[in-house]
Design a protein around this ligand. Sequence first.
Ligand code: 8Y4
Length: 260
Amino acid sequence: MGILNVTPDSFSDGGAFIAEDAAVAQAMHMVKEGASIIDIGGESTRPGAAAVSVDEELQRVVPVVEAIRKQSDVLISVDTSKPSVMNAAIQAGASIINDVRALQEEGALEAAAQLNVSICLMHMQGQPRTMQHEPHYDDVVEEVVRFLQQRVAACELAGIERSQIWVDPGFGFGKTLEHNLQLLESLDQFQALGIPLLVGVSRKTMIGALLGDLPVEKRVLGSVGAAVVAVARGAKIVRVHDVKQTVQALQGAGLYPFPH
Ligand code: 8Y4
């Protein structure tokens, strides 16, 4: 899964709007490098980031989904928690919902159930603005597994088929470095849910910290190493910025499912 942020700080045209052409070109580049899914997000969920209005998110995401769909059959996931953005993005050609709030926002579960698409449920402790202020768990692995089990059950009650659900421990979302490492160490316990596991560690703070506080642009190799370990421990999908490097590392490790 290749990451496509469509926030003004990523594909700025110099003003407040994203440059649609540049975003679509980046998506096509990742497809050429081996991405089978493009994850498009218009809300920054980085620690401390401000909330984005529905209209703003729609204006960022929908035109890019439409433009990619015109050029390619690649699977498109929409990184959103908002029911109206889910609806509009699926209408525009996306087929996966990636919700860091695990369909807990008002109306999200119902919207997703109606759309009949695949859903990634992610764990987060707290809210993006404050989640890195002293995260606490008694047993992080047990608590995250239990939360995901509960969200899977809620989805099934709402009529979503189990075969359409993916789960994700949510690396960096209300977790210290120690919590993230415990989760990475124990990914086999998520596999035990019998549901495809998605892992996103690419360029995150935990990688910077493990490499001696490297800035974000120097985290590629650390990110690729973590992605390989995640797949070796059962992850079926890895959400990454550096598609070519990740594909090559997985191929070298004999972990790439489709020989190219
Ligand atoms: C540098 C680059 C520093 C990126 C931080 C970041 C996940 C996710 C995000 C994830 C799923 C991010 C939308 C955070 N992370 N969705 N989204 N899983 N399913 N930060 O781990 O990439 S955004």
